[in-house]
Unconditional design. Structure first.
Lengths: 320, 320
């Protein structure tokens, strides 16, 4: 499989009144064609910042110091304005965390799908409505002709998330970024939505970046998982390998803290300490202050990438 | 033996504005719930099933439309809700709310927050007594002494969760109602709080009603689980039995929806469609039948009652 999205050595800072936040440091990640890659980590680890910089939707205070983001041969960081607008929606699309706030509350959901089609697909105006209804049908919304006329507040959370997916998939993008697509939804609805995302990825060989804090969810749906901590990608591996043989101490602790059907209250362990303040001077390994395996050599720069097997990379001097 | 808490035929019906004349929203509809002394009961179900209404009813924050609640054999529904909130009885049932940030008064220091129920419910006036109890509660929840004079915004999410728990346990309740106590927390912090809750129950001998949508978390703490669907209890079972052998089709769907990395890529039965409206539902129709994979003609003419299946398990399904 060829690489479809390649993020290499991405360094991103936020200038704030209280100092410079080094939100991403040397982040590298690839998504191959048709693959679902999960990005997991605690809140504040930089998952969403990375997703927004791929979409070119970063905050005005964000400053990309170094690195590149390449999608199918196009360098996204040098693409600006209208050219970027053309890529967004057609080549890549994003599903946002809370569908109810991401949708326009005073516009019928059918119209919101038409907006995307009008902007990016060469569809004659008279066929727009038919195309929008077809898009609703593709995300298995029952009674699509009637739902076309609904406003977001008239639909349940799960239904709104399907509308978001319909909008994202309307122009058959080659890359989908799903930022916590099921947070706040019921487990039964979550399962339906995730099945839908997986089936669409499989059917159209769409590459998917799934951002989640739920390792269990990533474990069920992703081909590979990248673990982020304090603005670093600390480990990337195929899902089975990562879950069975985590090499980074943080990954192992994250797994031990996630309740599974087999865990008991005594086997469940927590991760000591907190994410470091990203405004201050940080050691090469940003996990070292929380790490139980810290050695003197951990403070020597630079922090290396260790390749344990062709597909299993870890940023730790003393991997497990 | 009398149970610690015994709710009998509890209902809460809300009149619907602008609906058909006399239409009522059945938030909780004829629910029986027993909690023994020292027991931890889980309450699960999707959003809108009446979990939160149950919490408010049992905590006497709202008056039930009908039904009675006995605490230690005494009828707490005999007095009105406004009389109840000022009585020392109030202190015997305490609630830990969902979002530790939203449920703390931002202008109260931690000390004031924890001392408040002591003054209001136990009518303590002596400053030394109050301070002694506040610091003991803070110690029990593992809150360092120096944080007691801080404001909520100066605390981390995990520390705020501890303050919410300290406030609830300072009056030494018999029953602690936990309404999604960890849903706003990262897994790393969630693990600490869950262990703290397990430890507190063992040390203080309280009973818990643990409301959650995360079945893997419920499994860790609870010995018995109550499953609700659209205002009705559909299944009650000891926790291991519920996971090993769920009898109600809704419980089956709920358990099948838990993300499970071991079943990656597998197509599993999903619960699709929308629940029926809780507004004046037909009393002779099973509430779940519109989404049920095994619904038959019987389900549309007779509402199944909760019935004993042996081994402490009961389910409200004709085919259980």
């Amino acid at each position: 499989m060829s690489d479809h999205l390649t993020i290499s050595d991405l360094n991103l800072e936020f200038r704030t009144r209280h100092g410079t936040v080094r939100a991403l440091e040397d982040v590298s990640l690839t998504v191959r064609r048709g693959e679902i890659v999960g990005v997991v980590g605690e809140s504040g680890s930089g998952k969403s910042v990375m997703a927004y910089s791929v979409m070119g939707l970063s905050d005005a205070a964000a400053d990309i110091k170094r690195g590149s983001i390449v999608l199918g041969g196009m360098d996204l960081l040098t693409t600006r304005g209208e050219a970027m607008r053309a890529i967004r929606g057609r080549e890549m699309a994003m599903i946002f965390q809370s569908p109810r706030t991401a949708l326009n509350p005073i516009r019928k959901v059918g119209r919101q799908i038409e907006d995307v089609l009008l902007e990016h697909a060469a569809i004659p105006r008279r066929d727009l409505k038919k195309a929008a209804i077809a898009a609703l049908e593709r995300v298995r919304i029952p009674d699509p002709e009637r739902r076309y006329n609904a406003y977001p507040f008239e639909l349940s959370g799960g239904m709104c998330q399907r509308i978001m997916i319909a909008i994202a998939l309307a122009c058959s993008p080659s890359l989908l970024i799903a930022d916590e697509p099921t947070t706040g939804l019921d487990v039964t609805t979550q399962a339906v939505i995730m099945d839908l995302i997986r089936d669409k990825s499989r059917d159209s060989r769409m590459s998917t970046l799934l951002i989640t804090h739920d390792l269990g969810l990533a474990g069920e749906y992703c081909d590979r998982i990248a673990v982020m901590h304090a603005g670093h990608v600390v480990e990337i591996a195929p899902t089975d390998v990562l879950l069975a043989h985590p090499a980074h101490p943080y990954t192992r602790q994250l797994l031990a803290a996630t309740p599974t059907p087999d865990s008991t209250i005594d086997t469940l362990s927590s991760i000591g300490g907190q994410l470091p303040d990203l405004r201050r001077e940080l050691p090469p390994c940003r996990f070292s202050e929380r790490c139980v395996r810290k050695m003197p050599q951990c403070d020597l720069p630079p922090l290396p990438w260790t390749e344990l097997s062709s597909d299993h990379l870890v940023r730790c001097r003393v991997p497990l | 033996m009398t149970a610690l808490l015994d709710a009998q035929n509890l209902s809460k019906l809300y009149p619907v504005k602008g609906g058909a004349k006399g239409s009522l929203l059945h938030a909780v509809d004829g629910v029986d719930l027993r909690i023994e002394a020292g027991e931890c009961v889980g309450l699960v179900g999707e959003s809108g099933c009446g979990k939160s209404t149950m919490v408010r009813l049992l905590a006497r924050l709202i008056d039930p439309t009908s039904g009675r609640i006995f605490l230690d054999g005494g009828d707490v529904t005999a007095v009105t809700q406004s009389q109840f909130v000022a009585s020392p009885e109030r202190g015997r049932i305490q609630v830990v709310f969902q979002d530790p940030t939203e449920s703390l008064n931002p202008s109260f220091r931690v000390f004031q927050t924890i001392a408040d129920p002591l003054k209001r419910l136990l009518k303590l006036r002596n400053a030394d007594d109050i301070a002694a109890k506040v610091y003991r509660a803070a110690m029990l929840v593992g809150l360092p002494r120096e944080l007691v004079q801080r404001y909520p915004h100066q605390l981390s999410g995990g520390q705020r969760a501890r303050v919410g728990i300290a406030r609830a346990i300072v009056v030494e309740p018999r029953l602690l109602i936990l309404d999604e106590p960890t849903s706003a927390l990262d897994v790393s912090v969630q693990a600490v709080i869950l262990r703290l809750l397990a430890d507190l129950r063992a040390r203080l001998g309280m009973s818990y009603l643990f409301v959650s949508h995360d079945l893997n978390v419920v499994r860790l703490l609870c010995s018995r689980v109550v499953v609700m669907y659209l205002g009705k209890v559909v299944e009650v079972a000891p926790v291991e039995q519920l996971f090993a052998n769920p009898r109600h089709p809704y419980t089956k769907a709920l358990i099948a929806s838990i993300p499970d990395p071991a079943r990656r890529g597998e197509a599993r039965p999903r619960l699709d469609g929308n629940p029926t409206s809780p507004i004046s539902p037909n009393p002779n129709v099973c509430r779940f039948q519109s989404r049920c994979p095994i619904a038959s003609a019987e389900c549309r003419t007779i509402m199944p009652e909760l019935r004993e299946l042996g081994g402490g398990q009961s389910a409200a399904c004709h085919f259980a």
